[in-house]
Design a protein. Structure first.
Lengths: 345, 291
């Protein structure tokens, strides 16, 4: 190689700049953390992450940048299984993290016991979003099954949120006088007979209901409903809280295998624990999730509608069972939809 | 016909103008294997890991069967619509000169270039009952978005360029003299078109139809936003494959994929056969050998 002197000098300078900037990166102890989450937590983590970075820098002097990844909960779980190397998983339902433990061996099977409150630092529930003035007079679950009411919900086969919707309706029917599996199935079927659009994820359904103006009522996460109200206008929509609904527990966990690979296990744990701190709980409440911490809950209680809540555990046992009975191939959802479809054809 | 055949064979077997048949065939096979055959065989091998009765149960469940009907019927209709209008558009672009022809020509390729999700979102916004087009039909009680009709529209949109772009070059080659000759021999305009032009175009139309159809059967991105996705009514087969994947049921997903592959491949094979038949007919009709 024969560079002209001037060019060689330029090359040396460029190399020197490159090397020194590399060295700069190393000495600053820049830490990285990847949080793989589901759809409606975008706004929550957009505020929580800088708060945690600040806290961590004050505590240890190191800076942390947090990469966020959002998508349908089931899809995100599959991405983690397929090698998306998230240090923490903050998904919509326990089943999706169970899968990580069982199929991918990415974290211990007892992951849900490793953090307080079943590893769910915030909870939510399922409510209804209706058009302004509530023209179809929707007050509670039975109204969704009335003739002439069009319901929008995502498909429980593909959406974590939709599974909570489905189980909330099922649980409501079970808890009515004389309620049993048969009446619950008939009740849920009536609601799904009124569904004309089944999107694959919660955000998709929100778009269908708000932008495409399809349907009279959207069954959705409480926090998603408040987000719509704040982002898209209180003049167009109203929230209706049913008398009884399910306590939705979106869990968080350190994905041990990837965190160990990155050497971030400690950091990842601290990150999730910070969600339980007063600061974390306050941010949670601000984004319309229900805080676990009694004080934070008290502060934000007024913004939520009054609703009695039942847990997944008391009605359905655990996720593996609920998944098997209701959402696997040939489960109650398939039975309901296929019978309906045969009639329509 | 035979003279031509002999010439081709002579070139293939004996003296070739350019060397390198072995090398290029070798590359062809390696490339095809890497890009097409290996991924496809992975699908079959995955599906083969299922016991036969389980496989059959998945691919013959009422929900899946109804999705085949939705997918194949809407794709067929979309390809037919595109064959008609694609011919018309190709005809206008080749046979006439008009202001803005270049622009129209470029527009044809747009469905190729647009990300399918963008197409789907745009179409569903247009055809929803509050959209520009949907609001015109809503008073008549016709719902387009979130019904099988919506699927048809999305598939027609993405399939158009295939037909136009396969017919266009053939039409360009087909010189006007054929039509003029037909006219001097006393053919009416309709006869000239249906007996002279159309048979010559038929092979290209079939190819365009097959491409548009095959593309439509496999389409996911644009359809999902406008389909409504209600089981037994407006659920396409690719969505069911995704649904199985979402449930971590890779074997079930590949089982359905296998059925789609086999059906699509058979249909393409049949269309190829038809095309072969049509092109030999064309040679006869246009008298390429006789001359």
């Amino acid at each position: 190689m024969s560079f002209k002197p001037a060019r060689r000098r330029a090359l040396v300078v460029a190399l020197a700049i490159g090397l020194s900037s590399l060295a700069g990166l190393v000495s600053a102890a820049e830490l990285k953390l990847k949080n793989v989450s589901y759809d409606p937590t975008r706004e929550l983590y957009a505020e929580f992450n800088p708060a945690f970075s600040k806290y961590w820098q004050e505590k240890t002097g190191n800076t942390v940048t947090i990469d966020q990844s959002h998508g349908g909960s089931g899809k995100q779980a599959r991405a983690l299984l397929d090698g998306l190397d998230g240090d923490v998983a903050t998904l919509a339902l326990g089943y999706d993290i169970d899968v990580l433990a069982e199929k991918g061996d990415l974290l211990p099977k007892n992951w849900q016991t490793l953090l307080p409150d079943n590893s769910t630092p915030y909870t939510s529930t399922i409510v209804f979003l209706v058009r302004k003035g509530n023209p179809k007079a929707i007050k509670d679950w039975p109204d969704l099954g009335r003739d002439g009411v069009e319901v929008v919900t995502p498909n429980p086969k593909t959406s974590g949120g939709a599974r909570w919707n489905y189980l909330a309706a099922w649980g409501y029917a079970l808890k009515q006088p004389g309620g049993n599996e048969e009446t619950a199935k008939a009740f849920v079927k009536k609601i799904f007979d009124n569904v004309r659009v089944l999107d694959t994820g919660a955000r998709g359904s929100t778009t269908t209901f708000t932008q495409r103006e399809v349907g009279d009522v959207l069954i959705t996460w409480e926090n998603e409903a408040y987000l719509v109200l704040n982002e898209l206008g209180k003049d167009d929509y109203e929230i209706v809280t049913p008398s009884l609904s399910i306590l939705a527990e979106p869990p968080v966990a350190v994905v041990k295998k990837y965190a160990d690979q990155h050497g971030t296990a400690e950091l990842a744990k601290a990150y999730l624990e910070y969600l339980y701190s007063p600061v974390g709980q306050d941010i949670v409440g601000k984004h319309f999730f229900r805080p676990r911490n009694a004080e934070a809950l008290k502060k934000y209680q007024a913004q939520f509608g009054k609703v009695k809540l039942f847990t997944l555990k008391e009605v359905f046992g655990d996720w593996a069972k609920a998944q098997q009975t209701h959402f696997s191939d040939g489960g109650t959802f398939d039975q309901i939809k296929i019978v309906q479809g045969l009639k329509l054809n | 016909m035979f003279a031509e055949y002999n010439l081709v064979m002579a070139q293939a077997v004996g003296k070739r103008v350019l060397p390198g048949f072995g090398l290029s065939l070798g590359y062809t096979l390696v490339y095809l294997s890497l890009i097409v055959l290996i991924p496809l065989s992975a699908v079959f091998i995955n599906a083969a890991s299922m016991p036969w009765n389980e496989f059959w149960q998945v691919v013959s469940s009422p929900q899946v069967v109804s999705s085949y009907r939705v997918s194949f019927l809407t794709s067929l209709l979309a390809a037919l619509i595109n064959s008609f209008f694609g011919l018309l558009i190709a005809w206008s672009l080749v046979r006439y000169n008009f202001f803005g022809k270049r622009l129209v020509d470029a527009l044809i390729d747009l469905p190729f270039a647009l990300p399918t999700a963008v197409a789907g979102i745009t179409l569903s916004a247009l055809y929803a009952k509050n959209g520009w087009i949907g609001s015109l039909f809503a008073p008549l009680g016709i719902k387009i978005a979130f019904t099988p009709l919506g699927i048809l529209i999305a598939l027609t949109f993405i399939g158009l360029p295939f037909v136009v772009r396969t017919i266009q070059p053939v039409l360009q080659e087909l010189s006007l003299e054929f039509e003029e000759a037909a006219a001097t021999l006393g053919a009416t305009r309709w006869q000239a078109f249906s007996r002279v032009v159309l048979p010559a175009l038929l092979p290209a139309m079939l190819t365009g139809f097959a491409l548009a159809f095959a593309r439509a059967v496999g389409e996911y991105g644009s359809v999902i936003f406008i389909a409504g996705n209600v089981p037994m009514v407006s659920e396409i087969t690719p969505l069911l494959i995704i649904t199985h994947l979402e449930q971590f049921d890779v074997a079930g997903a590949t089982a359905i994929a296998t059925v789609m592959l086999v059906v699509s491949f058979s249909l393409l094979l049949i269309i190829n056969g038809l095309q072969h038949w049509a092109s030999s007919r064309k040679r006869y009709l246009t008298g390429e050998d006789v001359a």
